[in-house]
Design a protein around this ligand. Structure first.
Ligand code: SF4
Length: 121
């Protein structure tokens, strides 16, 4: 596999969670970019995010190459599992979270629901 060089523009605190996505979006840890922490939020997820200094657009793009790059950043993220669970809990409809796209998260949610249903039967 060849790895093409990629230029990532670093901009302030622009992780995907702070992004105003295709709908009004509020990051669970913040009331808005740079806003005060929300009581009860998990600051560890934000503090350890591998995407902290990566351009937010990368995680909310439709370009397959960018989606794969975003997912590769998530692969090395120390808070990946927590990020994914929170995205599932919040039913995030857009963007890459925890290394999964919105469609992949929907598939995972359906798979988990089937497993829970199978265990109950
Ligand atoms: S798993 Fe991905 S989207 Fe989530 S905090 Fe880490 S790098 Fe960001």
């Amino acid at each position: 596999m060849t790895v093409r060089p990629v230029t990532i523009r670093v901009v302030g605190s622009s992780r995907p969670h702070l992004r105003q996505a295709k709908r009004p979006y509020v990051y669970p840890n913040r009331r808005g970019p740079g806003g005060p922490p929300v009581p009860g939020a998990d600051p560890n997820v934000e503090a350890g995010a591998a995407c902290a200094d990566v351009e937010t657009e990368l995680f909310f793009t439709d370009r397959p190459a960018d989606i794969e790059l975003a997912k590769s950043i998530c692969e090395s993220c120390p808070v990946r599992a927590a990020c994914l669970e929170r995205a599932l809990d919040n039913n995030e409809q857009f963007g890459v979270f925890g290394g999964l796209t919105a469609n992949q998260r929907r598939a995972l949610r359906r798979k988990r629901a089937r497993q829970v249903g199978g265990e109950a039967a």
